[in-house]
Design a protein around this ligand. Structure first.
Ligand code: PEP
Length: 252
């Protein structure tokens, strides 16, 4: 049985105070022991330590939104995976569409980060997903194949207990448009089959595939009830406890 994962991507939002209040609200609602659902928040880098202190010992974990692939050294402005593990951070989101399309990260860049994060013992949430134009051109599966192949190049089967895939159609991120449950399920099925073909049936069966793209309390239940949807990566709605908590509850 795959355990649901509901992760909040705060992106470049919150202040120290509002982020602390948000984390406190989640800690108050999420049971410390939650076997059915893993809950994670991914605040901006400057607040990772203070949010980590708030969620410490609770049922809420904390992760980063990015990392660099080199060991600590002369890389101005970057963050090493060693720094993340040093502060108790256990996960990192990689390959998010905003990093692919705004910050121009390539599959090769993402792959270096994936391998470094895995080597540091971090859980990697690898995001993949097609643009609207690619969906309209019937290229969704080709794009997912390219991003999975590139992002996971050289990644050994033994690392899969640290890997989560997030299917995030770019046209549904922050737009209010959501993939229909059928569209999400079809893409998730494709990704699970991809894992089966490239790795093994065991890995395909055990790896969690999250859906992301305008998940809200009113669509979470239906998306999460799809056979191959194992949780959600939530952007906008993760900034409001009154929206994020019902999404967590929909997974429970
Ligand atoms: C995201 O940032 O990963 C995301 C899915 O955002 P939103 O929920 O706002 O679409």
């Amino acid at each position: 049985m795959r355990r649901y994962l509901v992760a909040g991507n705060w992106k470049m939002n919150t202040t120290r105070e509002s982020g602390t209040q948000l984390a406190q609200a989640l800690v108050a609602e999420v049971p410390a022991e939650n076997p059915g659902v893993e809950v994670l928040v991914c605040p901006p880098f400057p607040y990772l330590t203070s949010i980590g202190d708030v969620v410490n010992g609770s049922g809420v974990g904390f992760g980063a939104q990015n990392c660099y692939h080199e060991a600590p050294g002369a890389f101005t402005g970057e963050t090493a995976t060693e720094m993340l593990t040093d502060i108790g951070c256990r996960s990192v989101i990689l390959g998010h569409s905003e990093r692919r399309h705004i910050l121009k990260e390539t599959d090769a860049d993402i792959n270096l980060k994936v391998k470094k994060a895995l080597a540091s013992g971090l859980q990697v949430i690898l995001c993949v997903g097609e643009l609207q134009s690619e969906r309209e051109a019937d290229q969704t599966e080709a794009v997912l194949d390219t991003q999975m192949t590139g992002g996971l190049d050289g990644v050994d089967a033994s690392a899969f207990d640290q890997i989560v895939i997030a299917y995030e159609p770019v046209w549904a991120i922050g737009t209010g448009l959501t993939a229909t449950p059928d569209q999400a399920e079809a893409a998730h099925q494709y990704l699970r089959n991809w894992l089966k073909d490239k790795y093994s049936a065991e890995i395909a069966d055990a790896t969690r595939i999250l859906y992301g793209g305008s998940v809200k309390p009113d669509n979470a239940q239906e998306l999460l009830s799809q056979e191959n949807v194992d949780g959600a990566l939530v952007g906008g709605a993760s900034l409001k406890p009154e929206l994020f908590i019902p999404i967590i509850q929909a997974a429970a």
